[in-house]
Design a protein around this ligand. Structure first.
Ligand SMILES: Nc1ncnc2c1ncn2[C@@H]1O[C@H](COP(=O)(O)OP(=O)(O)OP(=O)(O)O)[C@@H](O)[C@H]1O
Ligand SMILES: [Mg+2]
Length: 356
């Protein structure tokens, strides 16, 4: 492995903040959230514009994130994920509740958050005028690294993420995915014991996404960094996350390992049907399946008991329906199925959850 900048005496994160003990690595809680509530006030409509009602964006959220864990927040648009992480990073004050990160009360002392947490917001525009290189170096400087260390850390991170060739380009002259990767790179400079990443891989191609996950994993393995990650990409999440909390309308509706969540729908079979043009609704067996299908274009996804799945496959592979069928697959449920099964209306209304 390539040598990377080591934290020296001038490391802005005091060493007592970073636990390295293995016992701690398995059991220690790095981030404890209790009963967090945040309400966006109602806005009166002006000049014919509709009024915006009050929104309770986080409605009594409690969570524990453990040392060295990659912890995911999943949930439909508007569930409160970004509002939650902004409160965790000291950028937004909760109405009530507490946030403890590595023993620091961040509701009382939000200014301490920047020493503990590397945060990548869902939208980052503050760095847009800078070049990739300067964005990374400036972040390091703001986090207290001396010039030489900031530059060494910058060069390491840009190389690690394959950004060296773009180093001289202003962020605003990059493609969406490149800009996102550059912002992620800047987040990593001047290492912090906790990373909070709000949809880090949105808009990225598969190579860039892998580079992000590899970088996250390396920091966890080498430094025991703890990661809180907001994502919509449930398929990716399944391979990356240690534990997941599913949010809906400001509340945690499930929290477990991806495996544990999948047990909730164990025993079911995922049946995916892809029609050539459209489903042959004149075939009664097909019409009967429609009620339990999640439709997206030509694709139907069903979760069925094993005997129902067998009957469904027999129905669509025999007779009139078969001519209309392009493809079908049977599989054990994925995290996406769990997510769809868990949610109420808000989740079901969100079709095509894999955004990235
Ligand atoms: N500045 C704001 N003023 C008023 N309401 C807001 C504001 N920001 C967010 N909201 C509302 O708060 C709720 C939670 O929003 P939030 O951005 O936390 O959702 P999210 O889970 O991050 O969604 P997404 O997946 O789309 O990023 C939504 O109902 C949203 O409309
Ligand atoms: Mg968000």
């Amino acid at each position: 492995m390539r040598p990377r900048a080591q934290s020296g005496a001038s490391d802005p994160v005091p060493s007592y903040l970073v636990s390295t003990g293995t016992a701690q690595a398995q059991t220690g809680t790095v981030c404890a959230v209790r009963d967090l509530v945040r309400t966006y006030p109602a806005v009166r409509g002006r000049r014919g514009a509709a009024a915006i009602p009050e929104v309770r964006a986080t409605d009594g959220i409690s969570l524990d994130v453990r040392q060295g864990e990659i912890f995911g927040l999943l949930g439909p648009n508007g569930a409160g994920k970004s509002t939650l992480v902004r409160q965790l990073t000291g950028l937004m004050r909760p109405d009530s509740g507490s946030v403890d990160v590595l023993g620091h009360d961040l509701v009382r002392h939000p200014e301490r958050a920047s020493r503990l947490i590397g945060y990548l917001g869902q939208e980052s525009t503050a760095l847009d005028e800078l070049t990739v290189s300067l964005a990374a170096e400036t972040t390091g400087r703001l986090r207290g690294l001396p010039v030489r260390q900031a530059r060494a850390a910058r060069d390491d991170v840009l190389e690690e993420l394959g950004l060296t060739e773009l180093a001289g380009r202003p962020l605003k002259r990059l493609s969406g995915g490149q800009r996102r990767l550059a912002c992620f790179a800047a987040t990593l400079v001047g290492e912090r014991p906790v990373l909070v990443l709000d949809e880090p891989t949105t808009g990225m191609d598969p190579v860039a996404r892998r580079a992000v996950w590899a970088a996250v994993d390396r920091r966890r393995a080498e430094r025991g960094v703890t990661v809180l990650l907001v994502t919509h990409n449930v398929i990716e999440a399944e391979t990356v996350l240690d534990r997941v909390a599913v949010l809906e309308r400001g509340k945690v509706i499930a929290c477990d390992t991806p495996h544990g969540l999948k047990e909730q729908v164990a025993g079911e079979v995922r049946v995916e049907l892809v029609w050539r043009e459209r489903a042959p609704m004149d075939v009664p067996e097909v019409a009967a399946l429609r009620g339990s299908a999640t439709e997206s274009g030509r694709r139907w996804v069903l979760r069925l008991a094993p005997d129902e799945a067998r009957a469904a496959v027999a129905a669509v592979t025999g007779g009139a329906a078969f001519a209309a069928l392009d493809d079908f697959t049977l599989a054990t449920p994925s995290l996406e199925d769990v997510y769809l099964a868990l949610g109420g209306d808000a989740v079901r209304a969100t079709e095509g959850l894999v955004k990235a």
